[in-house]
Design a protein around this ligand. Structure first.
Ligand code: ADP
Length: 547
């Protein structure tokens, strides 16, 4: 358990915050921590006993008898109000009485909570109420009385503790052979980061029973279990395999900037006095490699990639988006070091405050605060297409380390993109036979594809392969040319939008394209899909900055 939780809770108790809400599935871990804080004279000055309440057990002193008939939450709160002695009372799963998700709360409980807040805030003896539940609901009446705090997922040493316990418990089993040295155990514990202790235990149990041997070959079982658990939460997705940086044609400026930040989360970087990087916002024309870059970076750095579906953070019933965002951040922090890729960030934050009684601005605000203050090595890559609608706060200096603009590829970049994609098909035994990627072919395709995005270049190539497949023969150069000529790229159908996006980026973002890849000459927007000879082209958006 990281110390910040204990410190935060201790401060709140000492400062007489009357009601603290903790959102967690892990009741037992929370109780353990609360007891550790409440009983520690160094942390809270006056150690106090912990009382607990639940619908099934009623209110009772730790390991003691139920205090009268207190299973009903209103009765329990009455009993608590009468208690004139130092106490930290932990109420488990009171949330159904607090309403939310369109349901009204229990008026008798909410009123008593307000009474508790008033009495505890000013009473002579230190008393506090801690609410623990998997979802924290704060009715409007109690907004000023309840403080919600985060409870982190287990740290590596806690998960390691569970693993060691299971290994000890099963060491004598004739049906299990354990072949894990110290290093292997560490890798197991690391692989389970992001899970609750209970989930980690499940994952280890599965790895043990699948073939009767527990060894490094079982690591994928843990990762699979983790993928499932994270997917169940529905917001984050583990992306296991990514493209390589060499699969990205062009965007050298961006790649170089990212390359310089590799290992920035290591102690070595801190030794240099470097602040931990916050992350990067990549905006630009659709289909030009933003997502590709996010995926490739995590793979190149050898750290996990978590994709956050921002649309889903807000898709739930009103009130749960804050919970969703906190849960996603908590998982990312537990898995750290990792890359947190927020795809199409504008979908969540663009309409901030429009029609949801301030929920999205609150979520947005807490995200920004986290982005600025986060201490765990979570490198955020946010990507956006609809950049004009991004709120200005997101772009203010100090939020992201840099804002990049990815434009339609320049001539040099198109050459690189053709090389990547053609190269892939040329290696294919049935498709590649009749084609070469010699200079003349690349030059022609590069010229013909002026105004095409990387995705459109890839698309044209696949359309050509379909033609070849229809006749069951290898791909020919004219298949690709025909496909290109028949396509109308986005730069033509959406010329105005692209011009607007570039104008926006010109003042606000750094060009992802390296200066040496810019085509010299006057800037021209590619309004023709196939201008003769491919005119000079300088990406419009973005300041040219060297790294
Ligand atoms: P977006 O910028 O909209 O996130 P993507 O990165 O998803 O676009 O690109 C879609 C596909 O187009 C990629 O998977 C890749 O195959 C191709 N592509 C786009 N840009 C490039 C590029 N610079 N180099 C190589 N392939 C690219």
């Amino acid at each position: 358990m990281e110390q910040p939780f204990r410190t935060t809770l201790a401060q709140l108790l000492k400062a007489r915050f009357p009601i603290v809400a903790i959102e967690s599935h892990e009741e037992l871990r929370v109780l353990f921590e609360v007891r550790a804080v409440a009983g520690d004279a160094d942390l809270v000055r006056t150690p106090r006993p912990v009382w607990t309440w639940s619908l099934t057990d009623g209110l009772r002193r730790d390991d003691g008898e139920e205090q009268g008939r207190t299973k009903d939450p209103a009765d329990a709160l009455d009993a608590l109000l009468r208690l004139q002695q130092p106490v930290v009372a932990v109420f488990r799963d009171l949330h159904p009485s607090l309403g939310g998700a369109g349901q009204p709360g229990d008026a008798a409980v909410i009123r008593r909570l307000r009474d508790v807040a008033t009495a505890f805030r000013s009473g002579a003896v230190p008393r506090s109420l801690v609410l623990v539940s998997p979802v924290s609901r704060v009715p409007v009446e109690l907004e000023k009385d309840i403080t919600v705090i985060d409870f982190p997922l287990p740290a590596e040493f806690e998960i390691r503790g569970v693993l060691e316990g299971m290994l000890r418990a099963n060491a004598a089993s004739p049906r299990l052979r354990i072949d894990l040295d110290d290093d292997g155990r560490e890798r197991f514990a690391k692989a389970a980061l992001g899970l609750t202790l209970h989930e980690a235990e499940n994952a280890f149990a599965r790895a043990m029973v699948n073939d009767g041997v527990l060894d490094l070959a079982d690591l994928p079982v843990i990762l699979e279990e983790k993928r499932q658990t994270v997917r169940k939460a529905g917001l984050l997705e583990f992306i296991e395999t990514g493209p390589r940086l060499s699969d990205i044609g062009g965007l050298e400026n961006l790649k170089r900037w990212l390359g310089r930040r590799e290992g920035a989360w290591l102690a070595d970087a801190a030794d240099y006095g470097l602040p931990a990087p916050r992350g990067v916002l990549i905006t630009g024309v659709p289909g030009c490699g933003k997502s590709l870059t996010a995926k490739a970076v995590a793979a190149a750095w050898g750290i996990p990639l978590l994709r956050l579906d921002i649309g889903r953070v807000f898709a739930g019933l009103v009130g749960s988006s804050e919970h969703n965002m906190r849960a996603a951040i908590r998982t990312a922090e537990a898995v750290a070091p990792c890359v947190l890729w927020i795809d199409e960030i504008e979908k969540g934050f663009a309409a901030t405050g429009a029609n949801d009684s301030g929920t999205s601005s609150r979520v947005f605000g807490s995200f920004l605060t986290w982005l600025q203050e986060k201490s765990r090595p979570v490198f955020v890559i946010a990507t956006a297409n609809e950049i004009e609608s991004l709120p200005p706060e997101l772009l203010r200096k100090g939020r992201f380390d840099e804002v990049f603009f990815v434009d339609l590829p320049t001539r040099a970049e198109r050459g690189a993109i053709w090389s990547v994609h053609l190269g892939r098909w040329l290696r294919h035994p049935r498709v590649g036979g009749a084609l070469t990627a010699d200079h003349a072919v690349l030059t022609e395709l590069t010229t013909l594809s002026e105004g095409y995005s990387g995705a459109e270049i890839e698309h044209a190539l696949i359309a050509g392969v379909y033609d070849a497949f229809a006749e069951r023969r290898p791909l020919r150069h004219d298949d690709v040319v025909r496909a290109l000529v028949n396509m109308v790229p986005l730069s033509v159908t959406q010329a105005e939008r692209i011009a607007a996006v570039r104008a926006w980026a010109d003042a606000r973002a750094v060009a992802a394209t390296a200066a040496e890849d810019w085509d010299l000459g006057t800037p021209v927007a590619p309004t023709q899909p196939r201008p003769d000879g491919g005119g000079p082209h300088r990406p419009h958006g973005g300041r040219p900055v060297e790294f």
